[in-house]
Design a protein around this ligand. Structure first.
Ligand code: SF4
Length: 192
């Protein structure tokens, strides 16, 4: 499926389907599924960890302080939320914002990979260690360990087998940015 309107319609349908997901125990404690939001034909997809309290209440990822920071960084490179798509590794809030558990990630990751398949972004940028681990296949998170080296050299970023298959089909690349303006500028260069 390569036509943008068709992919957007398929993404909407998938969001409706995911709203009733009960694949893991988080279905019992969430207020609602936080599927993701933004441009369904975005070149840039950010992937965070999981919804927090405000996201769970509002149904939108990256609101509150984290969202304001992301908006500021995006504005610095001339982008708005409506230009990108933002999603999380987990679509439901873990109680008390605890870390995602391996079985929850395993249950939820097909949703994220389907989103990537439908959006077909040029770049997938991770926000935090859980997204980095899942998409890079590394056993450790790199955002805090080596924030800039990987985003300077995106070709050298290793990817998980599932992401590799996706990127082979759609040619999207994985970047592991730090949470600073310089990282966003590097992403901006890669998009052009
Ligand atoms: S976290 Fe993911 S797998 Fe678990 S219930 Fe929510 S949408 Fe389904």
């Amino acid at each position: 499926m390569s036509d943008a309107p068709d992919r957007a319609a398929a993404l909407r349908a998938y969001a409706e389907e995911t709203a009733g997901c009960t694949r893991c125990p988080l279905a019992a404690t969430r207020t609602q599924v936080v599927f993701g939001s933004g441009n369904p034909d975005a070149d840039l997809l950010f992937v965070g960890e999981a919804p927090g309290f405000h996201e769970d209440q509002n149904g939108v990822p990256f609101v509150g302080q984290a969202g304001k920071l992301l908006d500021r960084l995006l504005a610095g490179i001339g982008l708005e939320r409506s230009d990108i798509f933002v999603a999380n590794v987990l679509k439901c809030r873990p109680p008390q914002n605890r870390d995602p558990q391996p079985e929850e990630i395993a249950s939820c990751e097909p949703h994220l990979f389907r989103q990537i398949e439908l959006i077909q972004p040029k770049l997938v940028a991770t926000l935090g260690n859980f997204a980095t681990k899942l998409l890079s296949g590394r056993s450790f998170g790199t955002c805090q360990d080596r924030p800039s080296a990987s985003s300077r050299s995106p070709a050298s970023v290793s990817t998980s087998p599932t992401f590799s298959k996706l990127s082979a089909r759609s040619r999207c690349r994985l970047v592991l940015p730090g949470s600073d303006a310089a990282s966003l500028w590097r992403i901006n260069r890669l998009l052009r």
